[in-house]
Design a protein around this ligand. Structure first.
Ligand SMILES: [Zn+2]
Length: 178
């Protein structure tokens, strides 16, 4: 079983979003291996999830029909979104999370740091970031950064970057290198 199932969840059921499934956040103990140092309000989580769902409407996914959106909250307070863009040469497909991070760098420069990530889809499916996206998030996020994604039940589940990729690849760079 994936560790993210024993998750931080908050409070109560939220309203249905345009994606068609209800979000529910329940409260449990923080994760052990990568505790969330960052706390978001329920409203912030909800907004992030809404933005991820909204941008999924723009998904270019004629092959899989799997319409995914991602919204990242930056430490500067900005939210940047991205969606998946497929390609006839399948392996060239770009994930929503990577698209959002690329857009964030384009808008705010190489010094961006991620405060939280939310992913959503319009298919009512579970949608946890893939391995490539975990490594991409790690480049701009501490292990404790929360990641919210829809579980199979339709609930939004919270985990962390460190929980998703406990042995990620990092090179030591200074701020001057960026
Ligand atoms: Zn991915």
């Amino acid at each position: 079983m994936f560790a993210a199932q024993r998750v931080v969840r908050m409070g109560h059921r939220l309203d249905a979003l345009p994606g068609g499934f209800e979000l529910a956040l329940r409260h449990r103990q923080p994760l052990v291996s990568s505790p969330m140092a960052v706390t978001l309000t329920e409203a912030e989580v909800r907004l992030l999830q809404q933005r991820a769902t909204q941008v999924a409407e723009n998904s270019y996914s004629p092959y899989s029909r799997f319409r995914v959106g991602a919204a990242i909250l930056l430490e500067n307070g900005e939210i940047v979104t991205g969606t998946n863009v497929e390609n006839a040469s399948y392996r060239l497909t770009t994930c929503a999370e990577q698209a959002a991070i690329t857009a964030a760098v384009a808008q705010f420069g190489p010094g961006i740091r991620i405060r939280a990530v939310a992913v959503a889809n319009l298919n009512g499916a579970t949608c946890i970031p893939c391995g490539a996206c975990r490594q991409t998030m790690l480049e701009f996020a501490d292990d404790s950064v929360p990641v919210f994604y829809p579980a199979a039940t339709g609930e939004v589940v919270a985990t962390t970057v460190g929980e998703l990729l406990p042995a990620g690849f990092r090179l030591n760079t200074s701020a001057e290198d960026r």
